[in-house]
Every structure is written in C-alpha cells, then in structure tokens.
Design a protein around this ligand. Structure first.
Ligand code: ZN
Ligand code: ZN
Length: 131
C-alpha cells in the first residue's frame, strides 16, 4: 500500500516536471510520450488521471481552444494565448493583463467579474516566414 502510493506520487511528479519544462501547451498524448521515456510502463490512462489531479490541485491549467483536444499548461498565473491557425502552435503572450476590461464589461454582466480569458488567433511568425 505504502509503496504503491509512493509510486503514484512519483509518476505525478514526473508528469508535472515534463509539463513545467515545456511552453508548447502539449496534449496528454505528448506528455505521455515524454513521461514514457522515464517510466516505460506508465499508461495513457494514468497520465490523463494525473493531469486531472494536478488540475484539481491548481498546479496546472487545462486549456481548450476548440480543436477537439485538450492542452495543458504549467503556467497557472493568468496570461493570454495566441493560437496559430496554420501550424497549431499555442504561445504565451507577454502582454499585460487588461484589468480595465473587467470593469468595462461589468455593466453587461450585472454581477461580479473575477477574471477573463482572451485567446488570439491568426498566423504565427514562423509560418509567415515560410510563405
Ligand atoms: Zn504557425
Ligand atoms: Zn500558457
């Protein structure tokens, strides 16, 4: 019992480390391929389960850009994303949060706005350079 608990937390820690070392906002499958290099016997289901737990613990964020798959982000502080519609790259945007947006939208809500999400879509610089 004790041993399997340790094993489980080691798997979760490895998954977390893999996610922390990338800024590519990977899918669960990508994380699975990387973790497998260290823990060959791990299953995709275990990776999914641990990603869910890490999300519940607030250590990672789960993102959905309407591509029909979920992506994961170890950067939990609020930030904006850019999604390239050609290559599918998801990038963190180093721009300040528009806090006044909450205030401006507030009247339309009536209640209280705590936070907002903003995703930008277009063509990334790499794809532009290839054209
Ligand atoms: Zn691109
Ligand atoms: Zn991000």
């Amino acid at each position: 019992m004790e041993l399997s608990g340790t094993k489980r937390s080691k798997q979760r820690e490895k998954i977390f480390q893999v996610l922390k070392r990338t800024t590519s906002h990977p899918t669960a499958e990508w994380v699975y391929e990387r973790v497998r290099e260290h823990i060959p016997r791990i299953s995709l289901g275990t990776v999914y389960r641990n990603l869910h737990i890490l999300k519940e613990q607030g250590k990672i964020r789960e993102l959905d850009f309407g591509e029909g798959l979920r992506r994961y982000d170890a950067m939990v502080a609020q930030h904006y994303h850019f999604v390239c519609e050609q290559c599918g790259a998801v990038k963190d945007l180093d721009v300040p949060q528009q806090q006044d947006l909450n205030v401006r939208v507030q009247p339309a809500v009536g209640g209280h706005i705590r936070t907002h999400r903003l995703d930008f879509y277009g063509v990334c610089a790499d794809c532009m350079a290839k054209e």
